[in-house]
Every structure is written in C-alpha cells, then in structure tokens.
Design a protein around this ligand. Structure first.
Ligand SMILES: [Zn+2]
Length: 279
C-alpha cells in the first residue's frame, strides 16, 4: 500500500532544471515556469497565531521553520508573465538568468499587495516594467487604495492606465479565465483580495497559491493556525482549508511565495490535516 502510494507521488513529480542558486525552470504544459527566489531563511514561530506548544514542539523544534520569498515567471510563446515581484532584490538578476529583461515583461499578476510581493514593481520610484500591464484583484485594489497606503498609491500613480483589476473565481465556479491557461481564484483572508493563480495547460496544472501558507511545516499539518500578517485570520484559515481540500481532491501540484526551496510540491490528505511533499 505504502509503496503504491510512493509510486503514485513520483508519477506527478515535475522535473526541475536548476539555472542558478535562486532560479529553476520547469514546465506546466505549454508554460515554462521559473521560480525566482529572493532568498531562503528560517522564520520565527512567534508569527504563528493559536499554535499550541505541542504543535510547535512537533514541527518547529528550534522555534523556527524554513521559509523563503519567491516570485514566478511564466513564459508562453511570445509572452512573459510575472506572478508577484518579491522585494525586488534578486528579482532583476534572476530574470537575467532566464534571459529576460524587465522591459520584456508583458504582464504582472499580483497575489496581494504586501511589500514582499509588490516590492519589485518600482525601481528608484520609477516603473520597473515599462511595457507591462499590472493586475490586482478588485477587492485587493480597493482595500489598499482606501487604506491610504503611500507605497500602494505610488504604484497606482506610476503605472496609471497600465494597472488593471480583475474579478476572482470561486473554487468550483470558474467563469473568468484572465488569460489563456491562467485562472485567478479567491483565497481571501490573508488580505481582503488575496488571490491564487491556477496555471492550466494540456491537462497539466499548477496552483500558484501566494501566501496561502507562510509556515508549511506547521500550517499544512495544522491548517487552523493563522499568522500575525493575516488581515482576517479566521477567513485565512477558511481559505486554506478550502484550497487544501481542492488541491488534494483534484491532485493539483502547488507552488507558493513562502515555500522553501524548491517552492513547489504536492499536498496529500492525512487523518487530521494535510502533508506536503516538495518536488
Ligand atoms: Zn508574503
């Protein structure tokens, strides 16, 4: 039984081609997918909300857990599509590793407007991707605009009419394909418009789930644990449970912005929670 299970897992593993310490390439159907890492680190368990000492003892023995900050580049035919921009630290060097100049980015999709996701949108106060259209979900855009956040306002002003919003889909009710093979899915709670992007091509899928989990080691076995960065922790927990159920039922591989190297893998259901198998 166990052996059969392992074989099954191997069958859905994707090949990873390492380009540098911070960049690797894989494919999802017609899409080339590059992980662009801003860096790997240990994060402190103090960011966890409602984690019991027993949970931390089991999963974050030294009071910390592996963490990263990632963005993703998708290439399809003649289009270069970024999902998030990290802090903008290694991002531009990482893009060079992929043979892509910032001016060649056509589309930037943003999961949510925290600094470690939109940090690369401006460079020295100027538009970093002069030929790109930048997309936020409607609730995310409205939340940050009405919050008066100066950084967000600078981005809105700089990109002006090159900044657009989209309507999210709910799990099980897909009506809006933002682009061919790219479907935005509501994963609200971490922020009011937090979005996961489903990449779908020729029967291959990958759910790039943004910040659905910050602490894979804890929040996958115990999805009910929230983090201090969640705008609405209860809603974030609900989204995490819904999406974990969705990706395990549909057997969809996942990738995330705070998943330590290689930043993507497969989730399976266990008796009480879920388990993560990195690729
Ligand atoms: Zn984040």
């Amino acid at each position: 039984m166990k052996r059969y299970f392992l074989l099954l897992l191997m069958a859905i593993t994707i090949n990873l081609n390492l380009l540098s310490a911070n960049v690797f390439e894989t494919t999802v159907g017609k899409f080339k997918v590059f992980l662009l890492s801003e860096g790997q680190q240990q994060a402190n368990a103090s960011i966890l909300l409602d984690a019991t000492p027993e949970m931390i003892q089991k999963t974050a023995t030294n009071g910390s857990f592996p963490n990263a900050v990632n963005a993703f580049l998708l290439q399809t035919g003649d289009k270069n599509i970024l999902i998030d921009t990290g802090f903008g630290r290694n991002l531009f060097a990482n893009l060079q590793e992929c043979g892509v100049d910032a001016s060649q980015i056509d589309i930037v999709l943003i999961t949510h407007a925290h600094g470690d996701h939109i940090g690369g949108l401006l460079k020295n106060g100027q538009v970093a991707f002069p030929n790109a259209t930048v997309y936020f979900s409607e609730p995310e855009y409205n939340y940050w605009l009405s919050s008066g956040n100066a950084n967000f306002k600078n981005i809105v002003d700089a990109y002006a009419d090159k900044l657009k919003t989209f309507a999210n889909n709910q799990i099980g009710k897909i009506t809006n394909k933002l682009f061919d093979g790219i479907i935005p899915i509501a994963a609200y709670g971490h922020t009011p418009g937090h979005t996961a992007f489903l990449i779908e091509s020729d029967n291959h899928k990958l759910l790039v789930w943004g910040d659905l989990a910050h602490a894979m080691a804890i929040q996958i076995p115990y999805p009910q644990v929230a983090v201090t960065y969640d705008v609405n922790p209860a809603e974030a927990v609900k989204s995490r449970l819904n999406i974990l159920k969705y990706v395990t039922t549909e057997e969809i591989p996942i990738a995330g912005m705070h998943i330590a190297f290689p930043g993507m893998g497969k989730i399976t259901k266990t008796d009480k929670g879920f388990e993560y198998y990195p690729f």
